[in-house]
Write a protein that binds this ligand. Sequence first.
Ligand code: ADP
Length: 521
Amino acid sequence: MWSLVTRCTRGCARRRRRRKWPSGIRSLRLEIVFLLRCLALAAAVDHTLKVVVIDGNMEVVHQSNVQFDSELPEFRTVGGVHLHDDRLTVTSPVLMWVKALNLLLDKMKRGGLDLTRVSALSGSGQQHGSVYWRRGARETLTRLDQDQDLDLDLHQLLQRFTGNQIMKLRQTRAEEFQDTERISLVSSFAASLFLGDYAAIDHSDGSGMNLMDINTRSWSEICLEAVAPGLARLLGTPLPSTSVLGPISSYFVRRYGFSPRCQVVTFTGDNPASLAGMRLKPGDVTVSLGTSDTVFLWLQQPRPALEGHVFCNPVDGQAYMALLCFKNGSLTRERVRNQFAGGSWELFSAALKDTPLGNHGNIGFYFDTMEITPPAVGVHRFDRDDAEVSSFGPQVEVRALVEGQFLSRRLHAERLGFSARSRVVATGGASSNKEILQVLSDVFNTPVFTMDLSNSACLGSAYRAVHGLVAESGVSFFDVMKNSPEPQLVASPHPAAQEVYAPMLQRFARLEERVLQQRRT
Ligand code: ADP
């Protein structure tokens, strides 16, 4: 049974315990943002529910969070989730998020934050997750009791991708599916709580469901029909990501003192919110050099491919964004550093400085673990004549690794439609390494900038809340953000970069195809 209730009665706790749902996620993240008159507030859930409040100058004026494991021990989560016996399935209880929201707002109120000044709020949640509202839930949602903690008896499952998951649920839980009144994403679920009614799925998070036609920005009839009849009604009409959904629910007005004029701006997925937090502009690319590497792209004309994800852009209704994930990032760089540069980033950097652009024609592919983009494994080295060789000298090896990684980032970004280059914004642990960033700048033939992007999804939600208030009148996101700090220039491309890397990229593409062919045969 799926239901929404406002009170945590013993009965509902018992009902919850009886139900076991096949949920699967690798991690969970939910974010929420509020904006006060001149203040905006953002919240995020990872193993914590976080909130950030910003003022009219986009400065952070308040931050708070709730740690799931330690502050809500009754849910017995580790890192905010339950790992199932199969060691693969990971779930997070929706009820815990809702309780965390009460706790967070209580903390903010106790901390003296004047919630009457909040003029708008928004937020984001981990992409691809879905929440199922039982028939009758809307009725309860519109009549939340201010004297009670929010306590929702919901079931959620979070598994990529949403469309496939809805289909599976319909097949394996037909009876419960029949009793479903509405399906939300994690983001629109959180927005629904604040709105006191079902919140629309926004175009950006909705486009990650594999159910939307990203050109028309509406549900694809063919996809919906393939998943479940009547699905359009269950999902509701998706709205632009900058839409104001309506004023905050009277529950929050009465219980926490929010202004009844406080507006709820559509919530979105964590990745789109990050793009807003990074303040990416048309033609920009962000390369995050963390444990894994991630590439975020701003696209005007996408070319969806089997690799990577293309979403509607969360801050510009005419544009798109794309995301590419590369598993072999810093850990592979560390392995090569340890083997070929005596475990020292200084020696690693010296090797990059001492070797020429293009590495004398040597090219390498370093997939210590099965790569996502492209799906290949192993180390493959090619000399200037495209002959596969078993080793390079230590310095050549270091440059082959870094050039190979960045050629791959550029190749796959271009395959998704990336062409304009205004800036590369580098983030993550390895962005502290100037020599690595110089190679990045040369391979992309574009200046590289760095900026502090910690909390980017949370801040992005706050920025979106500010923008949401004026988006209707045609003000762009960038107009709203014009006074925010600019990223710092750290590397400019070498004058010979284009000459060297344009042909090298073509060779790299051919050699990558060869590596993939080898795997297939
Ligand atoms: P996460 O993805 O876990 O957030 P970070 O963005 O913090 O990771 O990046 C951590 C990685 O940064 C480490 O694995 C390390 O290899 C890399 N790193 C740290 N300092 C340097 C450096 N000077 N040069 C290159 N890589 C570095």
